[in-house]
Design a protein around this ligand. Structure first.
Ligand code: FPP
Length: 259
């Protein structure tokens, strides 16, 4: 069956409640993809960007509201300098080459992650992508760049501590909602589905807070091989999950409020 037919069948088959509103992707396996072909790691990352383009198009076709992609973690700076520069270069080219098409496709770009110590040219690029697309109402593409969930939670704790020190907040007012409001994702719904490629089964400091009730799908394929068929397969798997949000069944009160 062609990808388009599968897409149509799956889209028709899934009722609204079974559709994830927010999908997050851990794009893993670029290096292994390249090594398996005797190619340099760069080629794996370059093909990874192509897979990212396919994923964005698929998310638009599948009418997903939010797609978050883990493009560069706070820990990725520890990779060899040439690889870090290559990844930064790919991000640069991705935004330069694809921003017009993303904008034309009504995609709104958001960036999460620490901005403090980023080079000015990268900061400008990220700001430009957000500003140009901020009024778009289609897919929200959340690019996690220089992102680490523990660092994000620590920054939220610091912000709340400062509010307490200034007398603007009482310690007793710090609850889950107050913490969530200080995260980079404050105005973004929690991910319903997190997909990781490459067979690894871990979160790697990605969306630790927001993943509280996410469903996980771990795919055995390497990221450069990710395509619309793989995406639809992951959504089909998600559609079979029974999300209870700590309640008794999918219709429990928690399920309605915690989506
Ligand atoms: C993991 O593969 C992937 C990354 C560290 C970066 C993800 C980046 C892309 C998909 C391309 C770059 C896109 C942008 C927009 C910057 P890995 O290198 O850890 O693979 P391995 O585990 O097989 O070595």
């Amino acid at each position: 069956m062609a990808a388009g037919d599968i897409l149509e069948a799956e889209t028709n088959a899934r009722d609204l409640r079974a559709s994830p509103r927010h999908v997050a992707l851990i794009m893993d396996g670029n290096g292994r993809w390249a090594a398996a072909r005797g190619l340099p790691r760069f080629e794996g990352h370059r093909r990874g960007v192509e897979a990212l383009r396919r994923a964005v198009r698929a998310a638009i076709n599948l009418r997903i509201d939010y797609l978050t992609v883990y493009s560069f973690s706070a820990e990725n700076w520890s990779r060899p300098r040439e690889e870090v520069e290559m990844l930064l270069g790919l991000l640069h080219r991705f935004i330069r080459n694809d921003l017009a098409e993303l904008h034309a496709s009504n995609v709104r770009v958001r960036v999460i992650g620490a901005r403090g110590d980023l080079a000015p040219e990268i900061l400008d690029l990220l700001r430009e992508a957000e500003q140009v697309t901020q009024a778009n109402a289609g897919l929200t593409l959340v690019v996690a760049f220089n992102y680490g969930a523990r660092q994000e939670i620590a920054a939220a704790a610091r912000a709340l501590a400062e509010m307490v020190a200034l007398g603007r907040l009482a310690p007793g007012e710090i609850d889950a909602e107050a913490i969530a409001a200080q995260l980079d994702t404050a105005d973004i719904p929690d991910p319903d589905l997190i997909i990781r490629t490459s067979g690894e089964q871990r979160l790697s400091n990605f969306l630790l807070w927001q993943a509280a009730y996410a469903e996980f799908v771990f795919l055995p394929i390497l990221w450069p091989d990710f395509d619309e068929v793989a995406f639809i397969g992951a959504l089909a798997e998600y559609g079979h999950r029974d999300r209870r949000f700590g309640g008794l069944d999918a219709a429990a009160p928690g399920a309605k409020t915690a989506s």
